[in-house]
Design a binder for this molecule. Structure first.
Ligand SMILES: CCCCCCCCCCCCC/C=C/[C@@H](O)[C@@H](N)CO[C@@H]1O[C@H](CO)[C@H](O)[C@H](O)[C@H]1O
Length: 481
């Protein structure tokens, strides 16, 4: 079915990019002095938790093939490349006591080459590969980790600030906290849904704020860069226009995005989260809320620690009021705290459940971020893309998805006045998709994981994206305003 796409040009200052993350592409897991990190440990200790017992030991072998990756980016014509630093490649034991010069050299070469090719690096300091020593100390359940992260951030600003003007502290704390420490679906696989999610959220936002303040106080004046955190959320659409369903959708957004965005942009946790977790904790007979209380000093310290909003999003779901759940006791659990019913429309095109072709949901989400969070003057989409579960070189579904999401983005910009200034496709390469191993393919470039050379083959979406970047327009002919 033909869908009408926006015929507006992308604004002159709009930036296009592609994204990857260290553990998902680099490989060389123990090479040249790199230390062990959480996902090395997890995939080696619990191979059965990963599809086909795969791991990222070699992944796309980008540790050796990074020049080829930059060639692909150059040819594509992107304005920026979002990549992440492997903390334990730079600091094998996690702390600044021991710096691995090979790791520093690796990233220096990449950043230099990107700059030489006029590609702006968007650098994420932490994309889930926690040095294993910190996992042994409790990982993100231990607030002390925030200090170690801050040390790593300072060192990275010192080492790479020449090249990097856009820093992202942490990727998707929601995924880390809900899946890593709540449901156990990702490393470290902990199931502490009632408490762990909130403790992890606390440590993540504290770590982010520390890194932000370090940049602000020690580097901003000389380096002139900016700092943000990547937050992810699907869009929660009310299941009906009934007030109860609208409230259910707002509650879902508060628990998914608000838990992290509210303290950073508006100050403190969302009120609905404070109330629901607090009341349920009392009903459960607990002496205090399972949600850590932020002190007035912490609220002030964490608030306003972002220079622009980084958004990752892949899909939409409906939220519906669920009768009786709010009163139920005896189930200290993040999802019971939210207490709503969610569902998808079976008509929505989707190959995996959380990536769905719902461009209007994306537009609503952009509008939500724009109006809900104080002081947001700019939004950059730092991840969005389509998942296949088999190798498809003529990936028309991906082209459909990305073109319709970009069209929705243009509508949000031109029709709704949302200042969204960048879009980053996930991903440049098919890569190691965490517990899904190599079974989910989100790259615009195919990587042959059966080939020792990890041969890269651009898919149709790569050529299509290249044309969009060159024309700055989604259709045959665009109009100027
Ligand atoms: C509070 C909400 C209540 C109920 C929720 C109902 C269910 C709706 C579906 C929500 C989404 C499920 C979880 C999805 C999270 C994604 O945003 C996240 N995993 C994306 O992470 C990035 O994914 C990339 C592609 O897989 C890539 O792996 C990258 O590294 C990640 O940053």
């Amino acid at each position: 079915e033909d869908v009408a796409l926006s015929n507006r040009y992308f604004p002159d200052n709009f930036k296009f990019g592609a994204a990857t993350a260290s553990y998902q592409i680099e490989g060389a897991w123990d090479e040249d002095g790199k230390g062990e990190q959480l996902w090395d440990w997890y995939t080696h200790t619990y191979p059965d938790k990963i599809r086909n017992e795969n791991n990222g030991d070699i992944a796309c072998d980008s540790y050796h093939k990074w020049r080829e990756d930059i060639e692909l980016l150059k040819e594509l014509g992107v304005n920026h490349y979002r990549l992440s630093l492997s903390w334990s490649r730079i600091l094998p034991n996690g702390t600044v006591y021991n710096i691995n010069q090979n790791g520093v050299n690796y990233y220096t070469k990449i950043l230099e080459t990107l700059r030489a090719n006029n590609i702006e690096p968007l650098v994420t300091l932490y994309h889930w590969d926690l040095p294993v020593v910190f996992h042994e100390m409790g990982g993100w359940l231990n607030p002390k980790i925030a200090d170690y992260f801050a040390d790593f951030a300072r060192l990275s600003f010192q080492l790479f600030g020449r090249y990097v003007k856009t820093w992202i502290t942490i990727n998707e704390p929601q995924t880390t906290c809900v899946q890593g420490y709540g449901t156990g679906g990702k490393a470290p696989g902990y199931v502490h849904s009632g408490d762990g999610v909130y403790q992890c959220a606390y440590t993540n936002i504290l770590a982010h704020a520390k890194a932000y303040h370090i940049y602000d106080e020690e580097f901003r004046a000389t380096q002139n860069g900016r700092v943000s955190i990547v937050l992810d959320s699907a869009w929660a659409e009310p299941g009906s226009s009934e007030l109860e369903d609208e409230e259910a959708a707002r509650t879902a957004m508060a628990f998914s995005m608000g838990l992290y965005a509210n303290p950073i942009y508006n100050g403190n946790w969302p009120q609905v989260v404070i109330d629901r977790v607090g009341n349920r904790s009392l009903n459960e007979g607990l002496p205090r809320s399972r949600l850590p209380q932020l002190t007035p000093e912490e609220i002030e310290y964490i608030k306003d620690t972002s220079d622009f909003f980084c958004l990752n999003t892949y899909g939409t779901y409906y939220a519906q009021y669920q009768n009786g759940v709010n009163e139920s006791i005896g189930d200290p659990n993040y999802y019971s705290d939210i207490g709503i019913h969610t569902y998808s429309d079976p008509e929505w095109e989707a190959v995996i459940d959380w990536v769905s072709l719902v461009p209007w949901g994306f537009r609503s989400l952009l509008n939500f971020v724009w109006t809900e969070y104080d002081g947001v003057e700019e939004i950059v989409v730092t991840e969005n893309g389509w998942a296949d579960v088999e190798t498809i070189l003529e990936d028309t579904q991906r082209i459909n998805y990305v073109s319709q999401y970009l069209s929705a983005l243009l509508d949000a910009y031109y029709e709704d006045g949302v200042n969204v200034t960048g879009y980053t496709v996930w991903s440049l390469l098919d890569n190691f998709e965490w517990t899904n191993g190599y079974t989910q393919k989100l790259g615009i470039v195919h990587v042959d994981f059966d080939d020792e050379e990890r041969r890269r083959t651009p898919k149709s979406s790569y050529s299509w994206y290249k044309r969009v970047l060159a024309n700055r327009c989604l259709v045959e002919e665009c109009v100027r305003e």
